[in-house]
Design a protein around this ligand. Structure first.
Ligand SMILES: [Zn+2]
Length: 118
């Protein structure tokens, strides 16, 4: 099945569940009609929830090191997160609700669960 960008109509490379070629088309489509705001927000929430479930699946105990590719294969989208947490050592964790990750060397990622002190 062909998969074309909803905004510009170009063929989309990559994952078949993508609706836009890139964030530029996504934003342009969104801005072209304010009534679409709601579905735009819903779309982002869906990505965030998906990201959270991928992190949870990859690290049920809440602290595991995995390869970045492993998360990508499960459909993780590194462009979307809900908040960040910066440690004293200036490491920045990106969170999707209560699960977060820290990018490590060698294309690896440390997954953590949100802690009360964060
Ligand atoms: Zn496009």
């Amino acid at each position: 099945m062909d998969n074309n960008c909803i905004y510009c109509g170009n063929k989309i490379k990559g994952r078949i569940d993508k609706r836009f070629c890139d964030n530029q088309c996504r934003n342009a489509w969104h801005n072209s009609n304010p009534n679409r705001s709601e579905s735009f927000i819903k779309g982002i929430n869906k990505i965030l929830r998906k990201n959270r479930s991928v992190l949870r699946f990859a690290s049920p105990e809440g602290k595991t090191t995995v390869r970045k590719d492993f998360l990508l294969d499960l459909g993780f989208d590194f462009n979307y997160f809900t908040n960040t947490y910066k440690t004293k050592n200036k490491n920045i964790y990106h969170f999707c609700y209560d699960y977060g990750y820290l990018k490590l060397e060698d294309e690896k990622v440390l997954i953590v669960k949100w802690q009360k002190y964060m």
